[in-house]
Structure formats: C-alpha cells, structure tokens
Design a protein around this ligand. Structure first.
Ligand code: UN1
Length: 505
C-alpha cells in the first residue's frame, strides 16, 4: 500500500524506539489487521523488559539536556513537527482510517488536530507564565515558576490513535519534558508512522536521543509504566476499567495522572430546539467514528412535546446512513475496531432487550464484509435507570428517553457515572444558561446547539466522575505537565519571619 511506503513502515524490527533508533526487543510480534477488509497490514515488535529499561534510561538522560533548551526553542522544534505533519497529512490520515476504521475525512481530521495542537504549543512555549505575589515582609519578592516534571508516560487508545498522543506530547515537550508513548496494541502502526515523522525532525535539529520514545504492547507494558517511579506523570486515555487500575498503581507511588476515560454523553433536545440542527448534531454524535469516540452521543433526552416528531426524523435519517469502506468518502459509517467490539455491541443489544429497551432501529452485524466488523447503528427507546444505559458500550447504540421539565432533563443527563461531554439544543436562553450554570451539566464539556463530539483543541478536554478528571490540550491544561514552585527571595539585611513570629536569641 502506497501510504505505508510514504510513512516509511517497513515491517522489520520496528516497534521500540528511543527517538531516532529502533531498539532490539525479544517481545512478541503484534499483528495489525485492518477492520476495513480484515487484511494483515503489518506487525510490530512489542517491548520486553530489557528494551523498556533501555528506553527509560535513555529518556531519563535526555531530560537532563532537553530541559536546558529554552522553551521557545523547544517550541520551534514542535513547529517543525507541525509542518512535517502537514506534509504527511494525506498518508497518515489514510493509515489512521485503514488501521482504525474511521472515515478518511475523520482520519484527516485527526491529523489536523495534531497540526493544530502543534501550533497551539508553539505559542504556548512563550507563555508558560507564573504569577508574582506581594510578600507580607519588606524587601521580599515572592513569585512562582513552572518547571518541567521529567519523563511523561502517554497511553493512548485505538479510537484516536494519533491525535490524543499529540495533545499530550506537544504540550509535554514545550514544557521541557520527554515522552514515552504506548499506543494502543490495536493500532500499533499509527505509532510507528508518527515516530518516523518526528524522528526526521529531531534528527535535523540534533535533539537528544530519548525525547520521543515509543514502546509497544498490551497491559503489561502499561503496568511497567504505571509502577515506574521514573515517570512522574502518566497520561492515559481508555476505558474506566483501565483508568481505575492505572490510577491505583500511580497513586500508590504518589505519582500524577491525567485520565481521560469513558463517557456516556447525552443531548437534551428541548421543545424550543431547532430540530433540524439537533438532528445533525445527534446523528453525527451517535454514528460518527461508528460510535467509538469517548464523546459519542449515547443518550438523547427529548422533551415530550417534540419526542414523536424528532423520533421520526431520526429514524428517517438512520435509513439514509451508508455503511461501508471508510476510505470511500460516500460512506458515513465504517467498521468497529475488531470482532471483540462486535461481540460487545451484540451483547449490549441483547442485554438492552432483556432490560426492556425497545429497539426502533434494529442493531445487527452487516453481512458481506470480509472483516466481519461492520454493524448497523441502532436506536432504542429506553429509560435512564437501565443498567445498559448507565454503561458505556463503545458502539453505535443510541438510547432515547422522554422528559417533561428542564430540571428533570438535567437530572437525567447528570444521572450517569461518567461525566465527559453534554449538550442541549434549545433557542430558549433561560434553559441554555441554566444548563451551563453550576446547577446544570456536571460534565467537563457542556455545549449549546452543538453536539457532544468534535471538541476543538483550544479548550481543555476531559471530564468528571468516572471520566477521570484529567484535562488535555488547550486552555491551561499545560500546567498538569509541570510542577509549580513558589519562590520567596529576601533582598533585605534582616530576616523577618512570616506571620509576625519572633524568634530572638
Ligand atoms: C476521544 O474520543 O478520545 O471531541 C477524543 C472529539 C474529538 C476527540 C475525541 N476532538 O470528539
């Protein structure tokens, strides 16, 4: 395949890297099959403990040098990475689409998010500001500085195989950290491709070996990272189950985490909504990326006055959804990531039925595709309390429910263990403001007249409750990648103590 050559993926000994060199490892081969056509795309070498230790030692050493390079100079290197990504947008977008199964448009969109965060990080590299305070003591100066943490561990999920790494790495680097990245074992080649792109830029700039490390593997490798006291910050994206285990391991050594875990995102559709806009938001939110975004719309909470009308519109729209090869731009929905995901989808439908959900668009495996991973996006009328509705199934299953009062709708929207994204469609400004107030949505993201997915990189991304509480990408999310130091400097000739304490001798 042409894009594999363009991305310099050659299948030999690639897997573990300290930046510009591939490191030998005796780990297993991870084979990557495309969910698009079921074909083997390539394989990578997973990390064994010896290569892991080598990577860690190289990263730790690289930090000593990298942190001494002025932040705007580090930003300049990130700027060049953004440019390299612009050049490789097409082949990288194709690989994302082929290895993960999302539409080509979305694959390209994901690379665009990487480019955008590089631009953001370049500006940030000149704005890592700390505050100054007025000391209560004369001739004293008090201020705070932000220092880099060291080695940052990044674990990313299959559904955004490259963008979420970039949100973390671009910020971590300008902040003066070095990174070790473990991509999902379901999308290992995306990791290789990105590693190759960054390596070219790093070589050109003589960046010390170890600033950008790649490890590959499943749970075990993630556990080595979580337990490793050489990694002060672990940033992990994935399931709540994974996040809870990782969090316990990192907390046990009092390390820091940024967790971006499951979502169970709802859209409230008011009787005062522009229903046509709401329809686009709901359909894209529910079926985009085949329901495999953490921001996917999983619940629609619809006012009883517009419930039937909206339901009809939705069912009609679902009839027009084209399922098929995601590299063909005329298709809306591609495959799920693998057969395990299909089994989970089918199981959720079964459980939904047992719990009383009424499927108005039936879910099923779509026949005729080699990979066996294509499924029908489906819709069920359900109630918020059902166990299956409370659970995040990473597939295109949408639950509809009815409400009477706005307070009831907000309580339903908040009545889920997860707290990532939320939205309301309404033209009533009182309802809108209530939803955005502290009495409103309890999620990390709350939108009006926009769906739950498709956040821009400029805002802080993440959520509350079982979503893990971390924030990545924009706003001041960078602060989580640094340690704050408060400095008080006495330039007088006496030593007055704080709080008026006297200590004479
Ligand atoms: C994710 O699914 O982990 O907001 C990230 C969105 C994308 C990112 C999703 N920008 O839908």
């Amino acid at each position: 395949m042409k894009f594999l050559q363009q991305l310099n993926i050659n299948n030999t000994n690639q897997g573990v890297s300290t930046g510009t060199h591939w490191i030998e490892s005796k780990g297993n081969l991870i084979e990557s099959y495309s969910p698009v056509d079921g074909k083997l795309i390539g394989s990578v070498v997973s990390t064994d403990i010896t290569s892991y230790q080598k990577v860690m030692a190289t990263a730790t050493k690289a930090f000593e040098e990298w942190r001494m390079i002025p932040a705007p100079k580090r930003g300049e290197i990130v700027r060049q990475i953004g440019d390299a990504l612009r050049e490789q947008k097409e082949p990288l977008g194709q690989l994302v689409s082929y290895e993960m199964g999302k539409s080509l448009q979305e694959g390209l969109g994901e690379v665009q998010e990487m480019i955008d965060i590089c631009d953001f990080a370049v500006g940030l590299s000149r704005q890592l500001y700390g505050l100054t305070m007025h000391s209560e003591r004369p001739l004293h100066r008090m201020y705070e500085q932000w220092h880099p943490l060291g080695v940052v561990g990044i674990i990313s999920a299959f559904n955004f195989p490259v963008a979420v790494w970039a949100w973390n790495a671009a910020l971590a680097w300008v902040c003066g950290n070095v990174c070790i990245w473990k991509p999902s074992e379901k999308t290992p080649l995306c990791g290789i491709a990105v590693q190759n792109i960054v390596a070219e830029v790093f070589k050109k700039n003589n960046v010390p070996e170890g600033v950008n490390c790649l490890v590959q593997g499943a749970r075990e490798v993630g556990e080595w990272m979580s337990n490793d006291t050489n990694i002060p910050l672990m940033s992990a994206t994935g399931s709540t189950r994974m996040g809870k285990a990782l969090s316990v391991a990192v907390a046990a050594r009092l390390g820091k985490t940024i967790l971006e875990l499951g979502g169970n995102n709802a859209i409230i559709i008011s009787k005062d909504a522009d229903l046509d806009m709401a329809l686009v938001g709901a359909v894209f939110g529910a079926v985009g990326t085949a329901g495999q975004r953490c921001t996917t719309t999983r619940r629609l909470i619809i006012h009883e006055d517009v419930y039937e009308v909206f339901k009809q519109k939705l069912v009609n729209a679902y009839k027009q959804i084209k399922i098929g090869n995601p590299l063909d731009a005329t298709n809306h929905v591609g495959p799920l990531i693998d057969k395990d995901a299909v089994a989970m989808y089918l199981n959720a439908i079964e459980q939904g039925k047992q719990q009383g959900a009424n499927f108005i668009v039936e879910g099923k495996l779509v026949d005729g595709f080699e990979s066996g991973c294509y499924v029908q996006p489906c819709i069920a009328e359900a109630s918020n309390e059902m166990q299956i509705v409370q659970h995040e199934t990473f597939a295109p299953i949408l639950y509809l429910m009815k409400y009477k009062t706005i307070d009831e709708a907000i309580a339903m929207q908040n009545g889920a263990p997860q707290g990532l994204s939320s939205s309301m469609f309404t033209l009533n400004m009182r309802e809108a403001e209530l939803f955005l107030s502290h009495k409103g949505s309890d999620c990390g993201i709350a939108n009006i007249n926009i769906g739950t997915s498709g956040a821009e990189i400029g805002g802080a991304f993440g959520g509350e409750k079982e979503t893990g509480g971390g924030r990545e990408s924009g706003s001041d999310a960078w602060k989580a990648y640094m340690r704050r130091q408060t400095n008080t400097l006495n330039w007088g000739s006496t030593l007055p103590l704080a709080q008026g304490i006297k200590f004479d001798f």
